[in-house]
Design a protein around this ligand. Structure first.
Ligand SMILES: Cc1cc2nc3c(=O)[nH]c(=O)nc-3n(C[C@H](O)[C@H](O)[C@H](O)COP(=O)(O)OP(=O)(O)OC[C@H]3O[C@@H](n4cnc5c(N)ncnc54)[C@H](O)[C@@H]3O)c2cc1C
Length: 361
């Protein structure tokens, strides 16, 4: 019995791990050259640079439970600094816990103030640690450069057409791909009504720019974990548009992000003209009184970054799932359906795996 997971982001890898754990024969088909999806950690000159997510709420159990099951329990690290600020155009003012993440589109709904107060956690070596641990367990089951182009019903389940013209049959399939990709597959798979609901999820473009400095280049004390720039959306009184939406003081937020005597800053830049690293440095120079140039910078471009759901999304997803029950085992998972945070993606992937296993008895 072969079960296929489409997409090797965190949701897909968590789903595959759950299936493998249950003794199933699993294949993870990934269109990209590397697994992990939007989770990217790079190490450079003793710095740990995150391209996508950098942590998760300490109150979220799913990613931590998986980490412990993978033997990574002692790699979990707590947030060092607390609190974040709002740049009002002339000053940095304190923001309530969790508000900064929310302003950046990270879904914290459903978390109480007490849960938010527990702060964020990450992995000692960065978020890719959990991806690497999953890949080590899954081994050759994960196939990069093997994109799926279509899914059609087959005699015993599903037939997946792959890039390059080959095909793969599977008794059960989990789609752990972005919403718009899943929508296309569901329509082609003959799901009654298609999966147009998932196409309504909007993925916002974003650029993250990490910049390395010597600590003595930063003349304004770095208070808290960073700041969010005021905009109309946050209802600031003296909003002065900045070219960056926010900045995380990475080396203040989590341990081990920069060598002693150095600082790592990460700016969130919207779509702009010009070099985002130059724009980020110039903006940070003004806000944080920086001197000189960064030692280096690294930009990650997310043309479709964090998703935002339309009103009524959860009910529509539930409806899609009801329609899937009438077909051979086919499940949907990931940030396009069940929540944008990494912990929600782990939960979503594992739950999709359990659904498929139940359906197959
Ligand atoms: C810049 C940024 C910062 C973030 N910060 C945080 C944070 O601090 N905390 C937090 O909790 N969350 C954060 N998030 C959100 C979180 O990281 C993501 O929502 C989550 O990792 C998505 O995981 P996923 O597996 O659902 O999707 P993805 O990571 O998008 O993985 C989907 C995979 O499917 C593959 N794929 C697509 N099409 C096909 C196909 N046709 N065939 C095969 N494979 C295909 C893709 O290549 C990709 O590898 C952030 C996201 C971004 C972009």
């Amino acid at each position: 019995m072969t079960l296929v997971v489409v997409g090797a982001g965190l949701a897909g890898l968590a789903a595959a791990w759950e299936l493998q754990h249950a003794g199933a024969d699993v294949l993870v088909l990934e269109s990209g050259r590397r697994a992990g999806g939007v989770i990217v950690t790079e190490r450079r000159d003793g710095f740990v640079v995150e391209g996508g997510p950098d942590g998760f709420l300490a109150a979220e159990p799913d990613i931590q439970d998986l980490a412990r099951a993978l033997g990574l329990g002692d790699r979990l690290v707590d947030q060092l600094a607390r609190g974040s600020m709002l740049w009002t155009g002339g000053a940095l003012e304190p923001l309530p816990e969790g508000r900064a993440a929310e302003l950046l589109g990270i879904d914290l709904q459903g978390h109480s103030e007490r849960e938010l107060d527990r702060g964020f956690r990450s992995f000692a070596g960065g978020m890719a640690e959990i991806v690497d641990a999953l890949l080590a367990r899954l081994g050759a089951a994960v196939r990069p450069d093997r994109g799926v182009t279509a899914i059609t019903p087959a005699r015993h389940g599903w037939r997946l057409a792959l890039t390059g013209g080959s095909a793969q049959e599977a008794e059960g399939v989990i789609l752990a791909v972005p919403g718009w990709v899943a929508a296309r597959f569901l329509a082609g798979a003959g799901v009654p009504g298609g999966g147009y609901e998932l196409d309504a999820v909007v993925y916002y473009p974003s650029i993250t720019v990490s910049l390395a400095y010597r600590a003595d280049q930063i003349r304004r004390p770095l208070e808290g974990t960073g700041f969010v720039a005021a905009s109309d959306a946050v209802g600031a009184r003296h909003a002065v548009p900045l070219h960056i939406r926010a900045c995380t003081y990475s080396s203040s937020k989590f341990p081990g992000r920069a060598p002693r005597g150095y600082a790592l800053l990460r700016a969130f830049v919207g779509p702009i003209e010009g070099d985002p690293a130059v724009v980020a440095h110039q903006t940070l120079r003004d806000v944080l009184s920086l001197t000189g140039e960064p030692l280096w910078s690294r930009a990650f471009f997310w043309s479709r970054g964090i998703p935002r759901y339309p009103h009524g999304h959860a009910a529509r997803v539930a409806d899609v799932r009801r329609r899937l029950e009438r077909l051979p085992p086919l499940a949907i998972a990931g940030a396009g359906v069940d929540g944008t945070g990494v912990s929600a993606c782990v939960k979503s992937g594992r739950e999709a795996a359990r659904v498929v296993l139940r359906r197959l008895g």
